[in-house]
Design a protein around this ligand. Structure first.
Ligand code: TYD
Ligand code: MG
Length: 459
């Protein structure tokens, strides 16, 4: 295939250069030039079309919104309930899903299981593997007990060949494992580079929209936890799913970060077993570590991201630090931790200035909702004082800079779930206190951080 011309475009100012340069000739920024296929032909740039826009204006009819018929998207359930839950019901025709996560967390496993289920449901599937050989995927399928599967496998990394195969075989769903190993021969950049990832994803997205074939892209995650490759990848696709969890523990969460066809922040819960990923339909208690006796520095909270409440243990360790004490958080926002320590000092008189403070959400979950604040604070004070919170204790609520405790959304549901699991004492924001008592649960409603501290001291 004849190579098309490529140019290098600056991600900062949009300036172009015919060859790669370390420094953008237009704005002077460093390392911002990214290779792109130059669009051929005259008038490639609409803005510079000399005859004005008259010729372009009639390309698509303009209609009042009321005249356009709303269409429900056609979905096919993958047959894996927890995956369908995050997808918003199933695989959407022509939909593009990006699924990211740490290496070894189970992306390939889940997708192979899903493709097999879809294939058995009568949907032709194509699994393109760029990271592993066909033999390796076959080995995995044997482990999953699906060695007789009719899923079509293609070990290929060149985009043009992948697109040709898709065209020839006409599957309903294609998995690209992974987008970082795929490369287009139109670009000279190395596979995995920003230019290649962007170009390949754009081609595959266009193919999906043009043909109605659903595409699932596997993406790698950088050390910082973001999807490797340009942010533009997240904008291009319809759905972004993230695998979370500690590879050392059995449980995995799949979270929808973006979904044009469903709710975001919905989570699917899986357990990695000897025979692949199994859905966990009742996950509320899996992120609690089982202490035989209550220990200092531990406080349980209920998170509610998506539709199901999850009980998660927050752990803190406060220990005398050096001249510049460290603040470290795993699964929780680091900036928020600094803020909470300042609020603790100012409003509750608890000082940790010369102490190292570590906090951790058990089991590798990431908690982004501020409802974790109160539990983080109580676990820190518990560790600082060396005094455990009582058995069956939980707390949730957002804490503001003025020391006020703000309500969490759907507090009743959270409390009911906790009561169901045998929790007996809760410290919650006043606005979350239930009108009718919940059996077995003593509730302390608080408006301020100081109050919460007093309640805990008196327990
Ligand atoms: P994998 O799907 O290859 O991860 P990714 O594609 O995200 O890199 O997951 C591989 C891990 O899962 C590996 O450490 C082995 C483990 N595993 C099981 O525990 N049980 C199984 O049935 C399979 C297939 C893998
Ligand atoms: Mg893999």
């Amino acid at each position: 295939m004849a190579k098309e011309k490529t140019t290098f475009t600056c991600t900062e100012c949009g300036g172009t250069s015919p060859r790669w340069l370390g420094k953008c000739p237009s704005c002077g920024a460093w390392n911002t030039l990214i290779e792109q296929v130059a669009e051929a032909g005259p008038g490639k740039n609409r803005m510079s079309a000399p005859q004005g826009y008259a010729g372009l204006a009639n390309a698509q009819p303009v209609l009042p919104l009321a005249a356009i018929e709303a269409q429900d998207v056609a979905r096919t359930p993958s047959g894996i309930d927890e995956l369908d839950r995050v997808l918003g019901g199933g695989i959407v025709e022509g939909g593009v899903v990006l699924i990211g996560g740490d290496p070894g967390i189970g992306k390939s496993t889940l997708l192979l299981q899903a493709m097999d289920a879809l294939q058995r449901a009568g949907l032709p599937t194509l699994y393109v593997t760029g990271e592993e050989s066909g033999a390796q995927v076959a080995l995995r399928s044997r482990r999953l007990g699906i060695e007789g599967s009719q899923v079509q496998l293609l070990a290929e990394i060149q985009l043009e060949k992948i697109l040709a195969t898709v065209d020839a075989t006409q599957p309903a769903v294609v998995v690209i494992d992974s987008i970082q190993t795929t490369y287009s021969d139109q670009l000279t950049s190395a596979p995995g580079s920003v230019a290649q990832v962007r170009e390949c994803a754009a081609h595959l997205t266009r193919m999906a929209k043009g043909t109605g074939i659903a595409v699932i892209l596997v993406g790698h995650v950088t050390k910082e936890g973001a999807l490797a490759g340009p942010r533009v990848l997240e904008h291009m696709v319809d759905t972004v799913l993230y695998f979370e969890g500690d590879t050392h523990s059995q449980f995995r969460l799949v979270r929808a970060i973006k979904n044009r066809f469903g709710a975001v922040n919905e989570i699917g819960v899986f357990a990695m077993t000897e025979k692949g990923l199994k859905g966990v339909s009742n996950p509320s208690a899996i992120f609690l570590s089982q202490h035989s006796e209550p220990v200092p520095g531990s406080c349980v909270m209920v998170t509610l991201e998506g539709t199901r409440p999850l009980l998660v243990e927050i752990q803190a360790l406060v220990d005398s630090g050096g001249p510049s004490p460290r603040r470290l958080s795993v699964g929780l926002d680091k900036d928020r931790l600094a803020m909470l320590l300042a609020v603790l000092h100012r409003h509750a008189g608890v000082a940790c200035m010369d102490q190292d403070v570590f906090v951790n959400a058990v089991g590798g979950v990431r908690i982004s909702e501020p409802a974790a604040d109160l539990a983080v604070m109580l676990s820190i004070t518990s560790s600082l004082r060396g005094k455990a919170l009582p058995r069956g204790f939980l707390a949730f609520g957002e804490v503001g800079l003025a020391g006020e405790v703000r309500p969490a959304p759907r507090g009743q549901e959270r409390l009911k779930e906790a009561a169901k699991l045998g929790f007996s004492v809760a410290v919650v924001p006043k606005a979350n206190a239930p009108k009718k008592p919940i059996q077995g649960l003593t509730i302390h409603a608080v408006e301020r951080v100081e109050e919460a501290m007093d309640v805990v001291r008196g327990l």
